[in-house]
Ligand binder design. Structure first.
Ligand code: NIG
Ligand code: FE
Length: 407
C-alpha cells in the first residue's frame, strides 16, 4: 500500500528509541507533504513530495489529511460481563467508588456477573469493546484479568484474552491481575496465597502481572509476595498504585523492575524521585479521574522532573467506561495541561513502552507494524485534542490492512 498526499506525517521516531522522557516528550518527528509505503503489514518507508506506486500496489490518497500512529492503550479491563449501570446511578446520587465497593458493588459485582457468564458469551461481549476501540483508532491493547477472583474464573478470563489476541488485528498483551480485590469467601491473607497458587497456570496465558496496591485492597507487603512469586515465570509487574491513597505501590513496583506503575492520581515528590533512572513508565489514566471525580495526576510535574509519561484509558465498568484514546489525549491537554505533542507521545510511543511493544508499535518507524490513522483534511495534533469530539478519522489501518474507511 502506498499512502500519498499526506498533509502531515506525525510520530516519526528513529528506530531504537523505545520511549520519550522529560524534554523529549515535547518532540515528535513531522514531515509535511509526505508519502508512506507499507509492505507485509509493516511500514517500509516514507518521504516527501510525490511518489509513484509500484505495479499492483494499492494507492490511498490521504487528501491532505494527517497520518499518525494508531493509539496504544496500555491499561484496560475490557474483558468483563454485563455492565454496572446501576452503580452509575448510585454514583450520581453521591456515593463514592469506595462506598459502592464496600456495599459489595464494584469489582465483586463484576466478578459475580463474570462467574455466571459462559466463556463464549464473555468473549462475544468483550469483542464488542475491542471492536469499538479499534474503530476509534486503537491499534494495541493491554487487557487485564481480575474479575474472576478464583482460580477457575481468572483462567477463564485469561483464555478469553488469548482468544481475542488470536482473532484481532490489534496487538494484544495480557496481564494477570488476580489481586484486583479479595475474592468472595477468602480472607485477604488466604486470597493472596490463592493468587500465588494460581501463578503457574496463569503464567502460561499472560505477559505481565499486576496488583491493585491501594487502600482497602492490597498492601505493599501483599504486593511484594505476589511479585516475588511471579518473578520465576518472568512476568514483569505493572502495578495499580495511588488511585485511592498514596499506597506504597510505586516503590514496591520499582523495586521489582515494574514496566509501569499506573494511576498515580495522588503521587508525592518522593515517588517521582523513586522513579528516576528506572525502566518503569509512569502511567496516568485521566478517564478514571474524570469519571470518578478524583484528582488528575500531576502530569506536568513528572515531565518537568525528566520522567516519561504514558496515558491509557483504564476502560472498565466501574471507574472508566470508555476506551476512547482520543478523549484520553484531550483530557491530558485540557485537565492535565500537557501540550498536544506531549499528550500524543503519551498515548502512542510511551503507552507502547508501558505494554512492552514499543519495538514494534507506537510510532512511524520503518519496520514497525503499519498501525495508522489517516485523518480527514485539515487536522493536526492540536486540533485532535481541541475539537475533541468532532469525527476526525478517514481510515484506520491495522497491520497494513484497512480496518475501516469512514469517508
Ligand atoms: O483501574 N482500580 C482498580 N481497578 C479498576 C477499576 C475496576 C472496577 O471498578 O471494575 C481501575 O480503576
Ligand atoms: Fe485499572
Amino acid at each position: 500500500m502506498l499512502i500519498v498526499n499526506i498533509g502531515e506525517l506525525v510520530g516519526i521516531v528513529p528506530a531504537g528509541v523505545l520511549r520519550k522522557q522529560g524534554p523529549e516528550m515535547s518532540e515528535t518527528g513531522i514531515l509535511r507533504n509526505a508519502w508512506l509505503r507499507v509492505a507485509d503489514g509493516r511500514i517500509e518507508g516514507f518521504g516527501t513530495g510525490p511518489a509513484t506506486p509500484d505495479a499492483g500496489e494499492e494507492t490511498v490518497d490521504a487528501g491532505g489529511g494527517m497520518v499518525m500512529p494508531a493509539f496504544c492503550d496500555s491499561h484496560t479491563h475490557i474483558v468483563y460481563a454485563g455492565s454496572r449501570e446501576g452503580e452509575f446511578l448510585d454514583k450520581i446520587e453521591g456515593l463514592s467508588y469506595e462506598q459502592i465497593a464496600a456495599r459489595g458493588g464494584g469489582i465483586l459485582n463484576s466478578s459475580d456477573l463474570l462467574h455466571d457468564t459462559p466463556e463464549d458469551e464473555l468473549y462475544r461481549q468483550s469483542m464488542e469493546r475491542v471492536t469499538e476501540m479499534m474503530e476509534a483508532g486503537t491499534g494495541a491493547i493491554e487487557i487485564k484479568s481480575g474479575y474472576g477472583l478464583n482460580p477457575a474464573d481468572e483462567l477463564k478470563m485469561l483464555r478469553v484474552i488469548r482468544r481475542i489476541r488470536e482473532t484481532v488485528p490489534a496487538v494484544v498483551r495480557s496481564t494477570f491481575l488476580g489481586a484486583h480485590a479479595v475474592g468472595r469467601g477468602y480472607t485477604r491473607e488466604e486470597y493472596v496465597s490463592a493468587v500465588i497458587g494460581m501463578m503457574p497456570d496463569a503464567a502460561g496465558l499472560c505477559d505481565f502481572v499486576d496488583v491493585f496496591c491501594d487502600e482497602g485492597f492490597f498492601t505493599p507487603e501483599d504486593t511484594d509476595r505476589i511479585l516475588r512469586a511471579a518473578e520465576p515465570f518472568g512476568l514483569r509487574p505493572k502495578i495499580h498504585a495511588n488511585e485511592l491513597a498514596v499506597s506504597g505501590g510505586v516503590e514496591v513496583g520499582v523495586r521489582h523492575g515494574a514496566l509501569s506503575v499506573d494511576h498515580l492520581e495522588r503521587t508525592t515528590p518522593a515517588q517521582v524521585e523513586a522513579l528516576h533512572g528506572t525502566g518503569t513508565m509512569p502511567t496516568m489514566l485521566p478517564g478514571s479521574s474524570f469519571f470518578l471525580g478524583i484528582p488528575f495526576g500531576e502530569a506536568k510535574a513528572f515531565v518537568s522532573a525528566g520522567l516519561g509519561l504514558a496515558l491509557a484509558s483504564d476502560y472498565n465498568p466501574g471507574s472508566s467506561p470508555s476506551g476512547n484514546m482520543r478523549f484520553v489525549m484531550a483530557l491530558g491537554c485540557i485537565r492535565m495541561r500537557l501540550t498536544p505533542v506531549q499528550a500524543f507521545n503519551a498515548v502512542t510511543l510511551n503507552s507502547a513502552y508501558a505494554m512492552g511493544i514499543s519495538d514494534i508499535a507506537g510510532s512511524v518507524t520503518p519496520g514497525k507494524l503499519a498501525n495508522l490513522i489517516v485523518t480527514r483534511p485539515g487536522w493536526n495534533l492540536t486540533r485532535l485534542a481541541y475539537n475533541y469530539s468532532t469525527p476526525f478519522a478517514s481510515r484506520i489501518i491495522l497491520r497494513g490492512k484497512t480496518l475501516m474507511q469512514l469517508i
